[in-house]
Design a protein around this ligand. Structure first.
Ligand SMILES: O=P(O)(O)OC[C@H]1O[C@H](OP(=O)(O)OP(=O)(O)O)[C@H](O)[C@@H]1O
Ligand SMILES: Nc1ncnc2[nH]cnc12
Length: 192
């Protein structure tokens, strides 16, 4: 029997997450950052920024969708203005975007992360801090870091509110020493 909720520590903050199935034999403690209010994200953004300040990032990058509030909070807390979102929906202006496949643990279908060519100069040869809300299988962070490498970014840090399960370290490779997360949550395997 899988618990209905899980209490997660996210830096200085404790939140209760619903445990929901993502497959026949796996459940996750779902953290929808948009359900936890503005001050939760502001505080988490400040705590990530405190850690990464000494790496002197020049721009913060995050994947859509739920990376967006994290990118804004961390950017503000670092005293920066510029941030960049790796998009998931191919809009008309993204026809020639740089693209990497992604299949997050929460997604039913494979998707892509897209880096708008019009924003390449924002990351090329610049000190980039990548942030997200959760890193789980590592598929999203891997696609994002690959895109940023292709764009010539100098990736100085990888920050996340939570890391989940045990799959992600293998994917981070050379960047594992640059990772900082405010908390850890388990996966919940169960019989189907
Ligand atoms: O390590 P992974 O297995 O890739 O999972 C992590 C990703 O999953 C979530 O995004 P999701 O794909 O659910 O999309 P959303 O932010 O658009 O809701 C989360 O925001 C991460 O980006
Ligand atoms: N536990 C989780 N909550 C929200 N998004 C996620 N993406 C991967 N794991 C997640």
């Amino acid at each position: 029997m899988v618990a209905e909720t899980f209490d997660a520590q996210v830096g200085s903050q404790r939140i209760t997450l619903p445990v929901i199935p993502v497959g026949l034999d796996l459940s996750i403690a779902l953290m929808m950052v948009i359900d936890h209010g503005v001050s939760f994200v502001d505080t988490a953004g400040r705590e990530l920024a405190e850690h990464f300040d000494e790496m002197r990032p020049e721009i913060v990058v995050a994947p859509a969708t739920l990376g967006i509030p994290i990118a804004i909070a961390v950017t503000r807390a670092l005293g920066l203005d510029d941030y960049l979102i790796l998009q998931k929906t191919r809009k008309v202006h993204l026809g020639d975007a740089l693209e990497e496949p992604v299949h997050a643990i929460t997604s039913t279908n494979p998707q892509s992360l897209l880096l708008d060519r019009a924003r390449l100069a924002s990351v090329a040869a610049r000190r980039v801090l990548f942030v997200d809300d959760v890193i789980s299988s590592g598929s999203s962070v891997k696609a994002a870091l690959t895109l940023l490498q292709r764009a010539g970014a100098d990736i100085v840090g990888v920050g996340s509110l939570l890391v989940e399960g045990e799959g992600w370290p293998d994917v981070l490779d050379e960047y594992s020493d640059r990772l900082y997360a405010l908390g850890r949550i388990p996966l919940f395997p169960h019989d189907s």
